[in-house]
Design a protein around this ligand. Sequence first.
Ligand SMILES: CC(C)(COP(=O)(O)OP(=O)(O)OC[C@H]1O[C@@H](n2cnc3c(N)ncnc32)[C@H](O)[C@@H]1OP(=O)(O)O)[C@@H](O)C(=O)NCCC(=O)NCCS
Length: 392
Amino acid sequence: MNIRLIGEDEVQDAYYLSAQAFRCGTRDDNFAVKRQADADKPDTVGIGVYDDAGLQTKVMVIAYEEVFEDKFVAPMGGIGGVACLPASRGKGYAAAGLKYALEVMKDSGQYLSALYPFSWAFYRTLGWEWVGVQREYKVPAAILKSVPETESVREATSADRPAIAKIYSKYCQRYRGMAARDLRAWNRLLNHREGNYTYTYVYEGPSGLEGYLTFSGMDRDSTFINEFIVLNTTAQKALLGLLKRHDMQVKSFRWNAPDNDQFWSTFYHNDLSTSISTVTQGRVVDVAAALSALKPGLAVSGKVAVGITDTAAPWNTGVWQIGVEAGTVTATQAGSEPDISLDIQAFTQAYYGTPSLAAVREHSGVAVSSERAFALLTDLLDGPPMWLNDHF
Ligand SMILES: CC(C)(COP(=O)(O)OP(=O)(O)OC[C@H]1O[C@@H](n2cnc3c(N)ncnc32)[C@H](O)[C@@H]1OP(=O)(O)O)[C@@H](O)C(=O)NCCC(=O)NCCS
């Protein structure tokens, strides 16, 4: 077995692998051309696992950045396109490719990673764990209300995009984990798609745009809104009124929102359904870098020794002496006994904050020998909920 980055001249092999793993063997040359362009993107790295018969397994690492409130922006490796040819499955190739991806991410400064798993168990053994809780609303258009505020809603034009991005970045600062988007990401969300128009509406308040929603195509039974973000309840009311105007075309609308979103309780109705699910499977790739990025308040200070076990990324394993002082954090390997011991999966959850360190302690294996140290780590990792609305 040989693991290395997939060369530009090998993109067709990667495409062949993807076609079999994800598209039931459908051969679509346009798709191949697009994949070629994607592979040329500087933000995507393809890792290949080779044996004597050539490329057998691939793992793609896509460069993202996650916003943690107004405090810092974390480089994150988004994992996608993990696939192994059927005749080579069960030999440990995918696991080996993912371990190599962890090294690639660490070397390029991506101290966090996230993915959307086909199986939580598969990635859990390699150190990823679920993070974030989100609500999915399903609302019959008929129960929405017509309100005068909808008069301030209009269809967005391309000139509105900077203002839409501004609403989004303001909103990001209320959470941990939302993607910092570049122009390409905005185009993916707001451009028309192959076969479908994309409809985007904005609410214009007294001081400019205060909310937007966007969806591509319409399903008569249930239309999914790709993003519905507002900065205040007036904008929300107004945009809901716009959805109401679709009640002769669309039976119900669905959208995702963070766990602390209050729509379900402010708009309570027997026919409104709210379900919850996890957001993504995350991973701290580099414990030292992730800890050093934290920006705690000045009131948080002290020292705590945290023991971490990480079999897939051995550089994280050990006892970390964490020092917190004057809003900065240092993390160095220490020979001392740990105050708190946990595995990388539990540490990742506490780092993203949903579930919280206290919840992780209650439900997973966190050993605590000093309550003072536990209180300090809790304060250090305190913050708003995790949410991410970008998919890869
Ligand atoms: C999923 C896939 C990449 C696994 O590749 P693989 O090379 O066979 O996986 P590995 O041999 O490295 O398996 C690593 C571990 O995961 C386990 N595993 C493998 N396939 C699994 C599955 N479908 N569900 C749960 N666990 C699985 C293995 O038993 C092994 O565990 P072990 O270390 O305890 O023995 C491959 O089956 C595939 O290409 N599937 C189709 C595409 C796909 O769904 N990709 C995932 C996108 S998120």
